[in-house]
Design a protein around this ligand. Structure first.
Ligand SMILES: [Zn+2]
Length: 128
C-alpha cells in the first residue's frame, strides 16, 4: 500500500509520480528553501510544471488539507480536551501548528496535485 507503485509512496516520499525515482523538490527538508522544485524528473524526464500556473490548483489541495486539520482539531477539542482547555487556547495552538506546517502543506499539496495528472509507469523507472 505504501510501497513503490502506490500514489501514497509518491506523495509522502515526494517522488516523481510517473517513475517514483526522481525527487520533485531540490531539498529533502521543507523548511529549507521550500519552493525549490525541479523542472523535470531526473530519471524519466517528466516535466513537473506542465504549463504556466499549473500549481495554482495545488492551492485547493492545500485548502482541503487545512480544513482536514481544522476539523480534526475541533473534534479532538470537543471529544478529548473540552474540560482541560479553553477555546482561545485551542485556537492559539491551532494557529501555531498551522503556521509551523505551512512548508509541509505547501509541498504535500503540490505533490498530491501532480499525482492527479500522472500515474505510475514502472517501465519509465530506468528511462531518461
Ligand atoms: Zn520520473
Amino acid at each position: 500500500m505504501f510501497g513503490k507503485g502506490s500514489k501514497l509512496y509518491s506523495i509522502f516520499a515526494m517522488k516523481c509520480p510517473r517513475c517514483h525515482e526522481g525527487d520533485i523538490f531540490e531539498t529533502r527538508n521543507p523548511y529549507k528553501n521550500m519552493s525549490a522544485i525541479h523542472k523535470n524528473c531526473s530519471h524519466c524526464g517528466l516535466r513537473y510544471e506542465k504549463e504556466m500556473g499549473f500549481f495554482f490548483g495545488a492551492m485547493y489541495v492545500s485548502y482541503m488539507l487545512n480544513i482536514a486539520l481544522f476539523v480534526t482539531a475541533i473534534v479532538a477539542y470537543f471529544v478529548l480536551l473540552d474540560q482541560y482547555l479553553e477555546g482561545w487556547a485551542l485556537m492559539t495552538i491551532y494557529v501555531i501548528i498551522t503556521a509551523f506546517l505551512v512548508p509541509v502543506y505547501y509541498r504535500l499539496s503540490r505533490t498530491i496535485w501532480l499525482n492527479f495528472f500522472d500515474s505510475y509507469h514502472p517501465e519509465k523507472r530506468g528511462a531518461k
